[in-house]
Design a protein around this ligand. Structure first.
Ligand code: SF4
Length: 929
């Protein structure tokens, strides 16, 4: 461990060394100037406050048995001891005086806020009975699990497959589906794993350094790359902190990013600076014009992209042509060491945003920077998901509430349309679990969610599994408290650098107590109150559904070591660590530990760093047939491809190559997009193509000039709706004003920072403060995600240090009004700091005023909004919201009309080769099998 300096014989180190984790001694700062030593036991776990899975160390005071604080785990290969502000803030979350400590059951009408405490046994009996009946009566599709932040790998898919139901729903289509579709069409893997640390040029299509996906692990490696000489370019209409650290800021007009990327591709092609050998070997160019030579294909490609001149891209985007040319040349120069990242931002904001990933990947393909050191890796290569002791078979059914025929190519479930599907009579839910998911608040069109959540004919029984109160939990029948980062078991692995690792989240108080001989049968016995964890909940619920094993469900939750007995979490993870993680048993043995003991001690393990060019891995060709296109098949399934006469594994696509030409798009009714393309987004300021972009029909009250609203940039210290219980984080960030360029502020009537503006969407409006700033392109306004939490009762539940108390009214059918009654105020609780709350702003809930915008191909909700902005009137107040859900349903229908529904070839619902979350049997992909 790095020793920083020595003074008076004492050491100040950046992290506590592992050798001292059992008894780490510090002087008590509160006792100063006396020297009072305090002894801590340090137990590792994994942060649950975003998807990155950074390693935490819980400092447990040995005298009080309480967690005193969290720091970074230096052993964790991805986070390397570093954390963002949200990691240490776990301490606020576990000591939150407003947290839910016991399972609660509704005792009045839904949404009335009347609750009574119940027992876990009653919860298991109620849901076990209801799910059993639904499955036995062939209504398994009426059971649905809907997840926001998963925070685990595979265990939930396994559980639902053990139940035999097609019931997994996720939040992904309001998050990252667009980019995923673009990447998948190229190489099956749906996420990039850039090797920033070794790159020479890094292109970020987001505020990735400060708040992106895999935020802390990527940020430190982007800076490693920069320190080693890499140049950074950031494409973002907003001058984010990331853009301010870059060598180039490209403030593209929203939705025009693909035009700029394709112009760069054109420059690289025209100047013959592309890696011809890579393109020839590793793309499916032969499929574009069968019979054509490679040279002929290159000429065709040049012709195809002729219209993407730097001047055209400049006109579309506002980025000067010379900047586009310069960056294209620098990317070409970086060659195989060109890294990039795109996740939400441009992809998630725009109609056709998935094309950004297609266009960005074209740059990687041309520079040969796929799978290389310093280039673009595949998530499938760097993420490690070990298999448990048994795997249930895939389910037989296909749930059209999840994957409806209109969106056959959507990567994930069309989850944000669920209220509209239920209203259309496409189905109903008998048992609905929302898990770390707050659709009323986080999704667009939250009032439509309230309308279906309160309707017992549409949703029979709803349990919110959640670590915190939320606007959605308010409308549930059961609120079931689940653990924070340090209160639960999970396996985590992410493609956060050029390596493969696994992290073990664990309930640190349970581990601490068990080391002292205090055994817990269930994690809620060691956690505060009766806060539980999902792993044990699903095991116990599966036994409650099938108590005697006659349904064939229970067998999947029986111990591999004690036949017929219920499995424990120690056995579940112990088996995985013993059998499914290469090298871990040997590493553990060297230390005289069991593999489970090793993971409980260290919390993380690096499996390998041999992750480059895995497409070139040799494949066993014995017994394989070589198809005319070089693909190797066994039993009709592709297993590899011949490259330069050698059988190698290739990519998991139909051609086993990178698909520059997407046969899938051509066959599934979108032939015009078979090559990476650009078309104008729904927020484009030019004339749009009516084949793709629906027109905006303004409600009668909408006034003011038209702008594009960017509503999805993140604040680096907040966590969607899960940080409302962290006083440290809300003290740092608690406002979401509307960013307005001074040019627009003048046009709006000399608006100044702090003035009230009324922002009209297609279905309503919100009233917010202005922030006049030059850090944004004129014609565009922006408002950050995360803020605007609300509660309907003054003193109850939903975190008071982050929410406004509101008056919520439905004044007519589908006419919803919200007005702030009071902002954040100091209050008395078990934490004296809540009396010291000095901020009053809770922000404004903008998402609830947005209609749904499902992209017809990716299924992504296209977040950016065309809005009208005017100065607020005398009757308007800060935080006012109005929405008409009749209009929101009309907008849904308009976007649905853009789709080109299944069936595709062979009467398929969806291409067989495309991944599907919680994948059913192949037969389920066909309409009539
Ligand atoms: S980036 Fe921050 S919030 Fe995310 S896992 Fe790491 S420490 Fe936690």
């Amino acid at each position: 461990m790095k020793q920083e300096f020595k003074r008076d014989g004492s050491e100040l180190v950046s992290c506590a060394p592992v050798s001292k984790w059992n008894d780490w001694v510090e002087y008590d700062a509160q006792a100063w100037p006396r020297k009072v030593a305090r002894h801590y036991e340090l137990i590792p776990t994994i942060c649950f406050n975003c998807e990155s899975g950074c390693g935490l160390l819980a400092y447990i005071d040995k005298e009080t048995g309480k967690v005193a604080r969290f720091e970074g785990n230096p052993i964790h290969p991805s986070s390397r001891g570093r954390l963002c502000a949200k990691g240490p803030a776990v301490i606020n979350q576990i000591h939150d005086p407003d947290r839910i400590l016991y399972p609660m059951k509704r005792s009045g009408p839904r949404g009335s806020g009347q609750w009574q405490r119940t027992s876990w046994d009653e919860v298991l009996e109620t849901f076990g009975g209801r799910i059993r009946k639904a499955i036995q009566e062939g209504r398994g599709e009426e059971v649905m699990y809907h997840v926001g932040r998963p925070g685990h790998d595979y265990i939930m898919e396994r559980t639902l497959q053990a139940w035999g139901i097609d019931g997994h729903n996720s939040h992904t289509n309001i998050c990252s589906t667009a980019a995923r579709v673009g990447y998948t069409l190229w190489h099956y893997a749906d996420r990039p794993s850039p090797d920033h640390a070794n790159a020479r040029f890094i292109l970020l299509l987001s505020a990735h350094l400060e708040s992106g996906h895999y935020f802390n692990p990527h940020a430190q490696r982007i800076i490693d790359g920069k320190m080693a000489g890499a140049k950074i370019a950031v494409m973002d209409p907003r001058l984010s902190n990331t853009a301010s650290m870059a060598d180039y800021w490209l403030p593209t007009y929203p939705g025009t990013e693909s035009a700029v990327l394709l112009a760069m591709a054109k420059i690289i092609l025209d100047e013959n600076r592309f890696d011809a050998a890579f393109v020839r070997n590793w793309t499916n160019w032969q499929e574009y014009e069968p019979g054509q030579t490679f040279e002929g294909f290159v000429e065709s490609l040049k012709r195809h992209y002729e219209r993407y001149t730097p001047e055209f891209a400049a006109k579309e985007s506002g980025v000067p042509p010379e900047t586009i040319i310069r960056i294209a040349r620098e990317i070409a120069e970086a060659g195989s060491r060109f890294a990039s990242h795109l996740w939400r931002g441009a992809a998630s904001g725009n109609l056709g945003g998935w094309q950004c990933a297609r266009a960005l990947m074209l740059l990687h393909v041309l520079t040969g920077s796929v799978g290389t050191k310093g280039g673009h890796g595949l998530n499938a290569w760097n993420k490690f998901v070990p298999r448990p002791f048994s795997t249930p078979p895939p389910q037989k059914g296909w749930n059209e509430l999840l994957y409806p025929p209109e969106w056959p190519l959507c990567q994930h479930e069309m989850s944000f349309l669920l209220p509209h599907f239920l209203k259309e009579g496409r189905g109903r839910l008998q048992a609905y679990f929302t898990r770390v998911y707050n659709p009323v608040w986080t999704n667009p069109d939250g009032f439509s969610w309230i309308e279906v959540l309160r309707d017992e004919n549409l949703i029979g029984l709803h349990a919110a599994l959640t670590p915190t109160w939320s606007e959605t939990a308010w409308f549930a029948d059961y609120v079931l408290p689940m653990g924070q980062s340090s209160e639960r078991h999970d396996l985590m692995s992410q493609e956060s650098y050029a390596g493969r690792w696994i992290g073990f989240r664990q309930p640190v108080l349970r581990v601490f107590k068990e080391k002292r001989g205090e055994k817990s049968d269930r994690t809620y016995q060691a956690n505060p109150g009766e806060v539980w964890e999902e792993d044990e909940f699903w095991i116990d619920l599966s036994w409650a559904i099938d108590p005697d094993g006659s349904m064939g469900i229970r067998q999947w939750f029986e111990s591999p070591y004690r036949p017929g007995q219920k499995i424990t979490v120690d056995e579940y993870y112990g088996w995985i660590f013993e059998n499914s993680v290469p090298g871990l048993p040997e590493a553990a043995q060297k230390e005289g530990l069991t593999p489970l003991g090793y993971m409980r001690k260290y919390g993380a393990y690096e499996v390998t760093t041999d992750v480059y060019r895995l497409n070139e891995k040799p494949v066993d060709a014995e017994g394989a047939q070589v198809q005319p296109n070089g693909v190797l098949t066994k039993n009709g399934k592709p297993v590899g491809v011949m490259i330069d006469g050698q059988p190698v594994v290739g990519y998991n696509t139909p051609s086993r190559k990178l698909e520059i030409f997407s046969r899938t798009l051509a066959d599934w009714k979108w032939p015009e997009f078979a090559l990476p393309e650009y078309y104008r987004s729904h927020v484009d300021r030019h004339e749009q193509d009516p084949r793709y972009a629906p027109t905006v029909d303004w409600p009668s009250h909408a006034r003011g000039d038209v702008y594009t609203l960017l509503p999805i940039f993140r604040l680096p210290v907040l966590i969607h709706t899960r940080s409302g219980n962290s006083k440290a984080l809300y003290e740092i960030a608690h406002k979401n004003p509307l960013w307005v360029n001074p040019v627009d502020a003048k046009k709006l009537g000399d608006v100044r920072t702090g003035d009230l503006l009324k922002v009209h969407t297609e279905i309503g409006y919100f009233v917010v403060h202005a922030w006049v700033t030059e850090g944004l392109t004129p014609g565009v306004v922006a408002c950050s995600h995360h803020l605007g939490r609300w509660r309907v009762n003054k003193d109850d539940q939903v975190e008071r240090l982050s929410s406004a108390w509101v008056d919520l009214k439905e004044t007519g059918k589908g006419q919803w009004k919200m007005r702030h009654l009071s902002e954040v105020e100091p209050y008395t609780s078990g934490d004296p700091d809540t009396r010291r709350v000095w901020w009053s702003d809770a922000g404004v809930h903008q998402d609830i005023t947005f209609p749904v915008h499902p992209d017809p191909i990716s299924g992504m909700h296209c977040w950016h909004q065309v809005v009208r902005v005017e100065c607020a009137g005398a009757e308007d107040r800060y935080g006012d919201i109005f929405v008409d859900t009749n209009l929101s349903h009309a907008v849904y229908l308009k976007w649905k009309a853009l789709t080109r529904p299944a069936p595709g070839p062979d009467d398929l619902r969806r291409p067989l080769w495309l991944p599907r979350v919680h994948r059913p049997v192949d037969d389920a992909f066909y309409f009539n099998r």
